[in-house]
Write a protein that binds this ligand. Structure first.
Ligand code: URA
Length: 186
């Protein structure tokens, strides 16, 4: 098994899909190797692309406030995205890009960290873990697939745009605190 550091180095040099061409810095992810909790977003945005760090823009601030409501400290979480380079103009990553990035990097990051729970933010994160179904149907629930626990919720940028989604996402995070306690003590 490679180290998290070696994976990050590989991600920074990756040219296996076209996304690297339009990006500034790759965003491998951030957080401790022994994190119990992992968060999976969609793709780096403008600010993330500039800094090489995940969720440091507006949706990152909102995500951090949601984590606080669930009693979670961001520093204890490994945060990453389904694809590690920013798609030009923030377009949705293509199925082929999601697949390549998962097989080359994300699955290995999960293998090294072995988180107790992965929070999936939005439909791209779901697709990247090959989970069938929609966020609308599955949100607020723990799903177990191949021995891995996932908690499904919306993408923060959708919640910032739509008040109804925001309500649902905030109630998901209230629920998360209880779910985490159960999972961590199992
Ligand atoms: N949106 C994401 O999905 N990921 C980030 O890192 C930032 C914004």
């Amino acid at each position: 098994m490679p180290t998290l550091f070696a994976l990050s180095e590989g991600i920074r040099k990756c040219t296996s899909c076209p996304l690297y061409k339009g990006s500034t810095l790759a965003v491998p992810g951030e957080g401790p190797q022994n994190a119990k909790l992992m968060i999976l977003g969609e793709a780096p945005g403008e600010e993330e692309d500039r800094q090489g760090l995940p969720f440091v823009g507006r949706s990152g601030k909102y995500l951090e406030s949601l984590l606080k409501t669930a009693g979670i400290n961001r520093k204890e979480v490994f945060i990453t995205n389904a694809v590690k380079h920013r798609p030009s103009g923030n377009r949705t990553p293509k199925a082929s890009e999601i697949k390549i990035c998962a097989e080359l990097w994300l699955d290995k990051q999960i293998g090294v960290i072995k988180p107790r729970l992965i929070i999936l933010l939005g439909s791209v994160a779901l697709r990247s873990m090959k989970i069938q179904g929609t966020v609308e149907k599955l949100h607020g629930k723990i799903i177990k697939k191949n021995g891995q626990n996932y908690f499904i919720t919306f993408h923060p940028s959708a919640a910032m745009r739509f008040p109804q989604t925001r309500k649902k996402m905030e109630s998901d995070f209230k629920r998360l605190e209880k779910e985490i306690k159960t999972i961590y003590t199992k």
